[in-house]
Design a protein around this ligand. Structure first.
Ligand SMILES: [Zn+2]
Ligand SMILES: [Zn+2]
Length: 251
């Protein structure tokens, strides 16, 4: 009854305040219920296709690959996670949407971005084996400044969709770090050393953990999060991000 009533309210709200598609320059009204991207823009997002990718980090490679292919980065610096997969490339308009979500308080984009995450997890990972969904934590100071942790919003929404437990407290950030975006290569790796910890391993021990973040660049952040999770006894750490940066140089 309550849900029928809320559906009617939503229909009324849609008529009174139509949701204009969140993609800049589109101008259409969103035709996806409770979503802010229209179906045309959603279908035109730069999807990160599965074929020809590194078995570990999911990096796309141009050449034909066998299913066990491991990229040069993962061979030189083996990450602490077993697998990382992303939904879209960090290109227009996905980059704009994520920046709005992350820096400009456009938290209403959460359902659209979770659609992407959910589709990637279900198609690229054995989703039924996931026990717990854990977000990459922000430092308390940064979370206070921003008002929310964008990765926690995504992880919470994804956990509901997958019917898995959301755990926003086992993995914590124990020290402030420079913005990763300002650093490159080795500096990114060093910057995050011992930045994350699992003070209470009870909820991750023996579990398959899905670590969630908005964007994966080099994978350094995810790897530094995966390490204490593994040390705390997590059986496996997989990662899912909405977007993946495509780098020309290895930064
Ligand atoms: Zn649109
Ligand atoms: Zn790789």
């Amino acid at each position: 009854m309550a849900s029928a009533f809320s559906k009617v309210l939503k229909r009324v709200a849609d008529i009174l305040w139509p949701r204009v598609c969140a993609v800049e320059g589109c101008g259409r009204t969103s035709d996806r219920p409770d979503r802010h991207l229209c179906s045309l823009c959603f279908a035109a997002l730069p999807f990160h296709e599965a074929g020809g990718a590194c078995r570990i980090c999911g990096a796309l490679v141009m050449a034909e690959t066998h299913h066990d292919f491991v990229c040069e980065d993962c061979r030189n610096h083996p990450p602490a996670f077993e697998r990382a997969r992303s939904a879209v490339l960090y290109r227009e308009p996905a980059d704009q949407l994520i920046q709005d979500f992350k820096f400009r308080k456009a938290t209403w984009l959460c359902a659209d971005l979770t659609d992407l995450l959910e589709a990637a997890v279900r198609s690229k990972l054995p989703a039924h084996e996931i026990d717990v969904v854990v977000p990459v934590p922000l430092s308390p100071r940064r979370e206070r400044e921003r008002g929310y942790n964008q990765s926690a919003l995504l992880a919470d929404a994804l956990a509901r969709r997958l019917n898995r437990r959301f755990d926003g407290s086992s993995l914590v950030r124990v020290r402030e770090t420079e913005h990763q975006a300002r650093l490159s290569g080795d500096d990114r790796r060093d910057n995050l050393r011992d930045a994350f910890a699992v003070p209470d391993p009870r909820y991750v021990r023996g579990r398959t953990v899905l670590l969630v973040d908005d964007v994966m660049t080099t994978g350094a952040t995810l790897s530094h999060c995966a390490r204490p999770l593994r040390a705390a006894g997590a059986a496996r750490v997989w990662c899912a991000t909405v977007a993946r940066a495509v780098m020309n140089a290895r930064t």
